[in-house]
Design a protein. Sequence first.
Length: 182
Amino acid sequence: MYNQEAKGKVTFGIKMKRTIWNIVRAILFRPFGTKAFRWWRVCLLRLFGAKIAKKADVYASAKVWAPWNLCMGRNACIGPHAICYNQALVTLGDDACVSQYALLCTAGHDLGQTVNPNSGLVIAPISIEKGAWIGMRAFIGMGVNIGEGAVVGATASVYKDVMPWTVVGGNPAKEIKSRVEE
């Protein structure tokens, strides 16, 4: 897990960008769900500041909270109905895959000594390295790094870094086995 968690604030400027993005997403992003319009969705994300390499794909039903905090490598994919709640940077390396209904969450609340949802927002980036795969309905918490070639099993909840070439599953996620690097 990243040691540096930053205080987050949703400024008026971010709220305005989010409003415009949500309108564009509803009208111009989501209705074009076929693979033939992949280039169109990538173009819209880039227009809003996403750094997306060639042949990366974001399904029309995926929800990206802040395109300006998204960086995707070659052949990376965010699958159907996945949620990328990226108040901090989310990076997907080359050939990384986020399966359907997965949740990438870069923000939480500073609980401190008292549990108070108004006590402040903390944010930390998520990194999914080259060739890693996030299974269906998995949750990846803020500040987590998923190592190269790692696999996060379906419905797993990941709160700590996952070592390269490791398979994890469960809640909280635990190592199941090691993968052989090909």
